[in-house]
Ligand binder design. Structure first.
Ligand SMILES: [Zn+2]
Length: 223
């Protein structure tokens, strides 16, 4: 805890004072351009990997970057999505999974979370991912299995978020764009789902947007 306290002190005494004008502007209100949905994993830092600052991202985090379908869980997730889209009018929603995700691994091996009843219950919102992997990727194993599960899981959340009325309305008006990303802890690279090629590819301006779920073109997929 000590290093957190000293960091806080340093922020207040140095950074905040130096950037006073910037922080004064934030007091007046927020106008983030994107809702960024990602995992609670401490190794994933939305602001760091997008090189953005305070006020730019409205962030929703939970174990496994899960977006429960509308009505499935009337918790903070749905309220955060509604607020971001309907009140703050974000133009983009990024759903960003990550490599070596513990929640996705627990989804593949439920016994790992057996002693964690609340985690197990939460992961039930990801049953679609579990089933897609169990039934369609019978040939995949090890790290390759986790990687494809992380990717499919992000696409399932892209589908789920479209069941939220506030999102559906803005998508229909063309005022909102969805992005399916996977961040790699090993390389710092972000892969984005390419609609055109039906697979995750290194992120660039052309392939970032996705509008709906499509099948991943993966050789491990059961034919
Ligand atoms: Zn994770």
């Amino acid at each position: 805890m000590e290093h957190l306290l000293s960091g806080m002190h340093q922020f207040q005494s140095q950074v905040f004072q130096r950037e006073r004008d910037f922080f004064d502007k934030l007091v007046a209100g927020q106008s983030p351009s994107a809702l960024f949905v990602t995992c609670s994993d401490s190794r994933v830092d939305p602001n760091l990997i997008t090189q953005s600052g305070p006020g730019e991202l409205f962030v929703l985090r939970n174990a496994g970057n899960i977006v429960p379908a509308y009505g499935a869980s009337n918790g903070g997730e749905a309220a955060t999505i509604e607020y971001a889209v309907a009140a703050l009018s974000v133009r983009d929603i990024v759903i960003c999974g990550h490599s070596r995700c513990g929640a996705v691994q627990a989804l593949l091996q439920p016994e790992k979370a057996a002693a964690l009843p609340l985690v197990s219950r939460w992961l039930r919102h990801a049953e679609t991912t579990r089933r897609i992997i169990a039934e369609n990727y019978t040939h995949a194993t090890g790290d390759a299995l986790v990687e494809i599960a992380v990717q499919e899981h992000v696409l399932v959340q892209i589908e789920n978020i479209q069941t939220h009325p506030a999102v559906a309305v803005k998508l229909q008006r063309g005022e909102l764009t969805l992005h399916a990303w996977v961040y790699h802890l090993e390389t710092g690279e972000v892969l984005a789902y390419s609609h055109k090629d039906c697979r995750f590819e290194p992120l660039n301006a052309a392939n970032s947007a996705t509008t709906a779920r499509r099948v991943i073109d993966n050789p491990m997929l059961r034919k």
